[in-house]
Design a protein around this ligand. Sequence first.
Ligand code: NDP
Length: 277
Amino acid sequence: MTDRYAVIGNPIGHTKSPLIHGLFAQETRQDMSYTAIEGPLEPHDAFAATVRAFIAAGGKGMNVTAPFKLKAFAMADERSERAALAGAANALRFSDGRIVAENFDGVGLVRDIEVNLNLPMAGRRVLILGAGGAVRGALLPFLAAQPAELVVANRDIAKVRALVEQVASSGPLAACGYADLEAMGQFDLVVNATSASLTGDLPPVPPSVFSPAGSAYELAYGKRLTPFLRLARNAGVLGIADGVGMLVEQAAEAFDWWRGVRPQTRAVIDRLTVPLD
Ligand code: NDP
């Protein structure tokens, strides 16, 4: 019988996941289907009921997107360490009557930066902007890449401090506000993990953090030159990229986790890429 997978979110019309996983399945010759499900926002327990109905109908796994990542995490029977730190799941696997939660956003991001863009972080100064769900899932994978220093800046300083305190023992990690960045010099890599670009806004980051020899990465994708990427380019940064590679890499991680076979990502990234200019 064809194994069933799906992505669940609300809204879900924009999702690229069925296309990505369809291409992965074709390439690796997996007998599986992958659909998009618009999850119910109300009542409170309707999300879990939808997931359970999918499992009862033979579902083997799900990707989870906004606004359900916390609910997916909460209903799991088992959770990976990175999902536990994030307090959020972006992938679920259903086997032997159990729900297992994972979070591949961070590993997908790090793989895109280090492998696809060929920017090893070991020994480098790295700055992340934002302290939302994407950053929560990314801290452990970033620290595993062994940067010389990992600074996380956020508007809400109490929030970023609390987040960093949870992992303080794992590496050279510091939290700060945007006003502190002026005094911190240049970073080899600046990652915009705020949601500012979704509304065409710019986080209040000073241009002094950019190094012309360094790189800038925007998690949002398909939005061409965002205000953040424009600021980086105006500061002389040549290496700029958006998050389309992260999207495809986190999907590849989930696919491998579910099917035990790792798909190729390059052609899929190329197919989904919207040129920055
Ligand atoms: P959250 O809503 O969880 O967090 C939003 C963060 O952005 C908060 O830290 C918030 O700061 C900050 N923020 C929002 N607006 C501004 C602003 N104008 N100036 C400064 N900071 C701002 O979002 P996520 O973490 O889920 O997503 C973040 C981004 O990553 C989005 O653009 C999303 O599309 C993208 N993303 C991309 C993925 C991919 O595969 N490429 C996967 C997942 C996410 P504060 O706490 O102070 O309010």
